[in-house]
Design a protein around this ligand. Structure first.
Ligand SMILES: NC(=O)c1ccc[n+]([C@@H]2O[C@H](COP(=O)([O-])OP(=O)(O)OC[C@H]3O[C@@H](n4cnc5c(N)ncnc54)[C@H](O)[C@@H]3O)[C@@H](O)[C@H]2O)c1
Length: 338
């Protein structure tokens, strides 16, 4: 059985997902690609031999589309996800589900009202959950390998930020990966947050970079998060868990070590695509396999992502209150949230 996927948004991530679905995911075909910039849609679609449109709603309605992948800008996600669930089609929406809690609530309500509701239709692309390093780290934590987790240190550094970056966007669109992965690793919700920043890097203007978060989880562990978009030297994601018996950390993902000129070195990825290529592939394969077998998707749900958005809004509230601690009033994933 082949699942025909329609991909909305043919920018950096959309084109990457078309490529991954076409070349590396079994049981999937890309049938239609939509982008308001039809030239971008055409160049992404060419590889997969897919049809092209500039109209995302036409793609959603197209009978040649069994499932919808949304990779357009963050502020388009809610409307497109709602349109897709109203047709009863399953959706993989890139993170964040939407930039605000209010929009996420609307999406969760629309999903619950969908005639096809019985199991969640929406999956959200927090792909770190499929990264082999994070998976091994979670399994080791579950097995008690470092004893009781006391502290987590998460670092998320990039080479340079894109246009229109703001302090709040850094939380909603970048730090949000940490806000998803920390409760997933610890199996405990984030209950209190605070936002901090040192003096800003002299290379940036108009926003604070780096930013620093403290997250307290319901199990009593404390997490530090550094998000530094303009770290310049490479794309570098780190995670270390300090327990009462030992320390677990992600190993550097490089495959080749160079011994040259009296020095040893490994390379950094230039951005998230090579660093998380395995995670994107495994995430997409898991989504397609679940659809083909009519099983619940193993990806984060819209409801999970609503809770993550609530944590992000609490971080932004702390940012606007000089770093004051803010309690997170998020319900458990099982309770009614819409
Ligand atoms: N999971 C991850 O690691 C990860 C990494 C980067 C980006 N993202 C997310 O992926 C999404 C896309 O990011 P990107 O970096 O590819 O952005 P991008 O700007 O490169 O691409 C977005 C594309 O969407 C198109 N678009 C905008 N509105 C549209 C609409 N209504 N209908 C059809 N097309 C529309 C734009 O023309 C553009 O080509 C964002 O939500 C972003 O937050 C996720």
């Amino acid at each position: 059985m082949t699942i025909n996927v329609g991909v909305i948004g043919a920018g950096i991530m959309g084109a990457d997902h078309v490529n991954t679905l076409h070349r590396y995911v079994s049981g999937a075909a890309v049938s239609v690609v939509a982008d308001v910039d039809v030239g971008k849609a055409a160049s992404a679609a060419a590889l997969a031999g897919a049809r092209v449109t500039d109209d995302a709603l036409a793609l959603i309605a197209d009978p040649r589309v069994d499932a919808v992948l949304i990779a357009s800008h963050d502020d388009t996600h809610a409307e497109l996800a709602i349109a897709a669930v109203r047709t009863g089609k399953p959706v993989l929406c890139e993170k964040p589900l939407a930039p605000t809690v209010a929009e996420c609530r609307r999406v969760v309500s629309a999903e619950m009202e969908s005639a096809a509701y019985g199991r969640p239709l929406i999956s959200v692309g927090f792909m770190r959950r499929f990264d082999p390093g994070y998976q091994e780290l979670r399994a080791a934590l579950k097995a008690g390998a470092c004893g009781t987790p006391l502290l987590l240190h998460c670092i998320s550094r990039g080479v340079s930020s894109g246009p229109a970056t703001t302090d709040e966007w850094i939380i909603v669109a970048s730090a949000v990966h940490e806000l998803d992965i920390v409760p997933w690793l610890l199996e405990a919700p984030i209950v209190e947050v605070s936002w901090h920043a040192p003096r800003s890097s002299p290379t940036v203007e108009g926003f604070r970079d780096p930013q620093f978060l403290l997250l307290r989880t319901g199990d009593g562990a404390l997490t530090t998060v550094e998000v530094f978009l303009n770290a310049r030297y490479g794309y570098d994601i780190r995670c270390e868990v300090v327990g009462d018996r030992g320390v677990l950390a992600l190993a550097p993902p490089a495959r080749v070590v160079r011994d040259l000129d009296a020095a040893r070195s490994t390379a950094y990825a230039a951005d998230w695509r090579p660093r998380f290529a395995d995670a994107y592939r495994l995430e997409l394969q898991a989504w397609i396999d679940a659809l083909a077998a009519a099983r619940p998707s193993p990806l984060p749900t819209a409801r999970d992502s609503l809770i993550t958005a609530m944590v992000a809004e609490a971080v932004i509230a702390s940012m606007h209150a000089d770093g004051r601690s803010v309690a997170v009033d998020a319900p458990s994933p099982e309770s009614s949230v819409a």
